[in-house]
Design a protein around this ligand. Structure first.
Ligand code: BEZ
Length: 189
């Protein structure tokens, strides 16, 4: 008897290190043609109304790539999970269906990806580096400090052996601002 195919979901933010759902399988994944940016405001997780933190979204850009984690979720749990994530991301994300490449297994597959809509009320867009670092150093919300979100994401992306200059630059400046010792991010070449 045929079973329903699993639902695939791409995590490129906190879902990389803190998936709060049951999954069948996880694998490092690359999304080509998009870049990760801290352009979405968070007033319910890493900031507060009137003092938003900055969390990630994706922007299309030819030649760019985003490393993250692909999760396979059992079909019978997919609907409930999506309803939960839709509620969690109600601050301004829309679901897209995009093709991921999975370097470990060499597979390509379609996955659901949450991307912030530029017209959403929490969208912050770009800002000078220093201003972004100041926001991230100060903002905090029910899920914890904004700076923790940034440094944990940088640690998780580094652990994949991937690079993300926007993320690593923010991390470095943020750690300096917070007086934290920066990890050795040199890649040896
Ligand atoms: C994540 O990967 O953690 C994520 C990013 C944007 C919206 C929802 C989840």
């Amino acid at each position: 008897m045929a079973t329903d195919a699993p639902l695939w979901l791409f995590g490129y933010g906190s879902l990389i290190w803190r998936p709060d759902f049951v999954y069948l399988h996880r694998e490092t994944a690359v999304l080509h043609g998009w870049k990760r940016r801290f352009w979405q405001g968070s007033t319910d997780h890493r900031g507060l109304p009137g003092a938003p933190g900055r969390v990630v979204t994706l922007l299309p850009e030819s030649g760019a790539q985003v490393w993250g984690t692909a999760y396979a979720i059992a079909a019978e749990q997919g609907k409930t999970l999506l309803a939960r994530l839709d509620h969690r991301e109600k601050g301004g994300y829309a679901r897209h269906r995009l093709t991921l490449h999975l370097p470990e297994s060499g597979r390509s597959l379609e996955a659901l990806v949450y991307v912030a809509t530029p017209a959403n009320p929490n969208y912050l867009g770009p800002a000078p580096l220093a201003a972004m670092v100041t926001t991230m150093a100060r903002a905090s919300g029910p899920s914890g400090p904004n700076h923790e979100y940034v440094t944990r994401l940088a640690d998780a992306v580094r652990a994949m052996g991937a690079r993300d200059e926007h993320l690593f630059t923010l991390e470095q400046h943020l750690r300096e601002r917070l007086g934290q010792v920066a990890p050795d991010i040199a890649d040896g070449d």
